[in-house]
Design a protein around this ligand. Structure first.
Ligand code: URA
Length: 426
């Protein structure tokens, strides 16, 4: 059935629900170039202003999934389960999580992207490992999943191509923030990836894409509804992103911290969040294994090493180091009462850990290593953090982003969200 795009725009502008047929048609016609960018922009803005209900959002997601291929892992002899994070500063959780969950008996196909803006992308982190390659054929990906149990690789362009086109348009038309469009964008790609279960880590706080906790919850609820409707067992944790996760922010620095976690050490917040997400994933996969035991037994580290090697990486090779470093020291004694994720994320990005445009390269050794976290006692002159970069002209610009990012108070009275704020189930 054919429609006029303008009638669909008018309907949403005038607060009407779109029918399933209208949604199917407009997503398909836009993907194939039969609906112009200016028409889709107007519709995206009408959706941002007037919303879509759950039925419309589910249908919109299905239409975007139908625009491309859908992976099928039914031939694997393990349950498949995946995780998606809305992104945060120092969020390297995928790196230890995938081998832990794979070591517990699930197959984890983690099809990832690169970072844009102040939150880093999983592929950028993995590419800091000498020799590691992100792009695999579907056959290679299946083979690694079958042999090793976990794979982290680039999501193919065949998954939800409608989303790629629409996301680029939203980016330049101030319509990224529409919750139904965000939820359908994320879920169309995740559902097309074909895992049987999905755990969402929806972050909130200053360093998160959804800084407002209520909007983060609304997004999580919408995504959980979409996933379960599509037959993917889906659950979400709303987690804190007002302070960076762990001490390392930047690609190679985060790989090193992830390996520490797999070796049985690492920062407590990274360990706690990794284990919480692993438990949810294993529960959805119907597996009773203990993720902590997967670490202490060394099985998770073994899976990590095999995963890295399977993609050409050398798990024993030294990680790249930036050419220049500069420490920032405390100008007073007391307690670190506030440490702002956004400031640290922007500073790391300016040091070269992130990219401003899709085409930019990242500098694998660039970033920030924190030496203190909120609540720690601080002595005047002690190092608070070290900045790393390959281009020392970047230090000043990065330092500007850290102005106000640290507060040293006289009591250990910290203002910080709990690590896990809420769990949202079907
Ligand atoms: N990430 C996505 O994949 N899509 C959005 O719309 C926002 C964040």
């Amino acid at each position: 059935m054919d429609f006029a795009a303008v009638d669909i725009i008018k309907a949403k502008r005038d607060h009407h629900e779109l029918t399933d047929a209208q949604i199917d048609w407009i997503v398909d016609a836009y993907t194939h170039g039969a609906v112009a960018d200016e028409q889709m922009s107007a519709l995206a803005m009408a959706i941002l202003l007037n919303g879509m209900n759950t039925r419309e959002t589910v249908r919109w997601t299905e239409a975007m999934i139908a625009s491309g291929e859908r992976m099928d892992f039914g031939s694997l002899d393990r349950p498949t389960v995946d995780k998606h994070s809305t992104g945060g500063v120092g969020d390297k959780i995928t790196l230890p999580l995938v081998p832990i969950v794979a070591a517990c008996g699930a197959a984890v196909p983690q099809l990832s992207g690169r970072g844009l803006g102040h939150t880093g992308g999983t592929l950028d982190k993995m590419e800091a490992i000498p020799g590691w390659r992100a792009h695999l054929t579907n056959e290679e990906m299946f083979a690694i999943l079958r042999d090793v149990g976990g794979v982290i690789c680039a999501a193919g362009t065949g998954l939800a191509p409608a989303d790629r086109k629409l996301y680029a348009l939203r980016d330049v038309t101030a319509t990224v923030e529409a919750i139904p469009l965000i939820a359908s964008s994320i879920m169309s790609k995740k559902i097309a990836e074909g895992a049987g279960g999905l755990v969402l880590d929806v972050k909130t706080g200053s360093g998160a894409f959804m800084s407002d906790p209520d909007r983060a919850k609304e997004l999580a609820r919408s995504m959980v509804a979409i996933g379960n409707d599509a037959g993917v067992r889906t659950r979400a944790l709303i987690t804190a992103m007002d302070v960076p996760l762990g001490y390392a922010v930047g690609n190679a620095l985060e790989v090193a911290e992830s390996v520490e976690v797999l070796a049985g050490g690492g920062p407590q917040d990274v360990i706690d969040l990794t284990l919480a997400l692993a438990r949810e994933m294993l529960d959805l996969a119907g597996l009773e294994a203990d993720p902590h035991e997967a670490i202490t037994s060394g099985r998770a580290m073994d899976v990590w090493r095999r995963m890295v090697t399977a993609q050409g990486g050398d798990p024993d090779a030294p990680l790249p180091q930036a050419r220049h470093s500069l420490a920032i020291t405390a100008d007073a004694s007391g307690y670190l009462t506030h440490l702002d994720a956004l400031g640290v994320g922007i500073a790391a990005w300016r040091l070269g850990a992130g990219r401003a445009r899709k085409e930019d390269n990242v500098s694998p050794g660039a970033g920030i290593l924190l030496h203190a976290k909120s609540g720690d006692a601080i002595t005047e002159g002690q190092k608070l953090l070290t900045m790393f970069t390959d281009d020392d002209s970047r230090f000043g610009f990065a330092d500007d982003a850290l102005v106000g990012a640290f507060t040293i108070g006289s009591t250990p009275d910290i203002h910080q969200l709990p690590l896990i704020l809420e769990r949202i189930d079907a």
